[in-house]
Ligand binder design. Structure first.
Ligand code: SAM
Length: 268
C-alpha cells in the first residue's frame, strides 16, 4: 500500500496552528451545527490535523476517532486538544483500517482539497459509516471564497508569473466551486445531499500577523513566495501591505472566508 504524501512539509503543528488552524477554529462550530449529529454518535474525524474539530465534536457529546497521516500534527493534537472521548491515530484517508459501518458519522474539514484521490477518500468515509449515518465535509470555496488569499494572489499575479500560475491552479479547482462536493456526494450514492456556504470572519491582528502566515506557513503559497528572489517578494509585500492597510493605520483586519459544507446520508 502506498504511503500518504504529505505536501508542503506538513509536520509542524505550531506552524499549522498559526496558518490554518485559526480557520479550523472559526469553522468548527458552524460546521457542527450543519452536520447535525446525534448526541453520543461515534464519529470519525478524517484528516483531523491538530484536532480542532475532534475536540469540538467530543465537547458536543460525540465519541471521536481522529485520523491523520501526519504524526507531527497528531502529536500537536494530543498535546493541545486531549479529551477523554477522543482518540487520535495515524492513518491514510484513502485506506482506512475500520470495518464497514463502524461509525455513525464520518466528517472532515479542510482536507478533501489536499488529498488528490478525493473520490476514493469520500468512498471510504461512506464505507465506514453505517446506513442512515452522516457523511459531511467542509472545504474552502476555491474561487471567490478566500479574499485573504486573493489579495496576495492577485497582487502577486500582476508582478510574477509564478503567482499567476498558482492563482489559476488554485482558483480553477472547479471541484471546490459551489456544488462541486455535492455532485461527488451524489455520484457516490449518498442521499439527501445538501451543500451550503458558511461564511466566517477570519481575523488578523496586524499586517505582520497576516503576512507571516504566507511567508512562514506550511502551504504552497509559502513555497511559491519563498521561491522568488527577495526583491520580488519585497515588491509583492509592499503592494499587499497597501491593500491590507487601505490608507489606515496598521491594526486588526477581518477577511470573510467562505466554506462549502456538504452533508449526505448513507442510504438505509
Ligand atoms: C489543511 S489540514 C486540515 C486539518 C484539520 N482537519 C483541520 O480542520 O484543521 C489537512 C490535513 O490532511 C492530512 N492529510 C493529508 N493527506 C492525508 C491522507 N492521505 N490521509 C490522512 N490525512 C491526510 C494532513 O496531514 C493535514 O493534517
Amino acid at each position: 500500500m502506498e504511503t500518504a504524501q504529505l505536501r508542503y512539509n506538513w509536520t509542524d503543528a505550531d506552524i499549522y496552528e498559526a496558518f490554518m488552524g485559526r480557520w479550523s477554529e472559526y469553522l468548527a462550530g458552524p460546521f457542527l451545527a450543519r452536520a447535525d449529529l446525534a448526541p453520543g454518535a461515534r464519529v470519525l474525524d478524517l484528516a483531523c490535523g491538530t484536532g480542532v474539530l475532534s475536540k469540538a465534536l467530543a465537547e458536543a457529546g460525540a465519541q471521536v476517532v481522529g485520523v491523520d497521516a501526519s504524526e507531527g500534527y497528531l502529536e500537536g493534537a494530543r498535546l493541545r486538544r486531549p479529551h477523554p472521548h477522543v482518540s487520535y491515530e495515524q492513518g491514510d484517508a484513502r485506506h482506512l483500517r475500520f470495518d464497514d459501518n463502524a461509525f455513525d458519522a464520518a466528517v472532515s474539514t479542510l482536507a478533501l482539497d489536499v488529498i488528490p484521490e478525493v473520490e476514493q477518500v469520500v468512498a471510504e468515509m461512506k464505507r465506514v459509516t453505517r446506513p442512515g449515518g452522516v457523511v459531511a465535509s467542509a472545504v474552502t470555496q476555491f474561487f471567490g471564497g478566500m479574499p485573504a488569499f486573493d489579495l496576495v494572489y492577485n497582487t502577486g499575479a500582476v508582478l510574477e508569473s509564478a503567482a499567476a500560475r498558482m492563482r489559476s491552479a488554485r482558483a480553477g479547482r472547479t471541484q471546490f466551486w459551489p456544488g462541486g462536493q455535492a455532485a461527488l456526494w451524489r455520484k457516490l450514492g449518498l442521499a439527501e445531499v445538501t451543500e451550503i456556504p458558511v461564511v466566517v470572519d477570519c481575523e488578523y491582528r496586524s499586517f505582520q500577523d497576516y503576512w507571516v502566515t504566507f511567508t512562514d506557513g506550511p502551504g504552497s503559497v509559502t513555497a511559491m513566495l519563498m521561491g522568488l528572489s527577495s526583491g520580488a517578494r519585497a515588491a509583492i509585500e509592499q503592494h499587499v501591505r497597501a491593500g491590507y492597510l487601505v490608507g489606515l493605520p496598521d491594526g486588526p483586519r477581518s477577511f470573510p472566508m467562505i466554506f462549502r459544507v456538504v452533508r449526505g446520508l448513507v442510504p438505509a
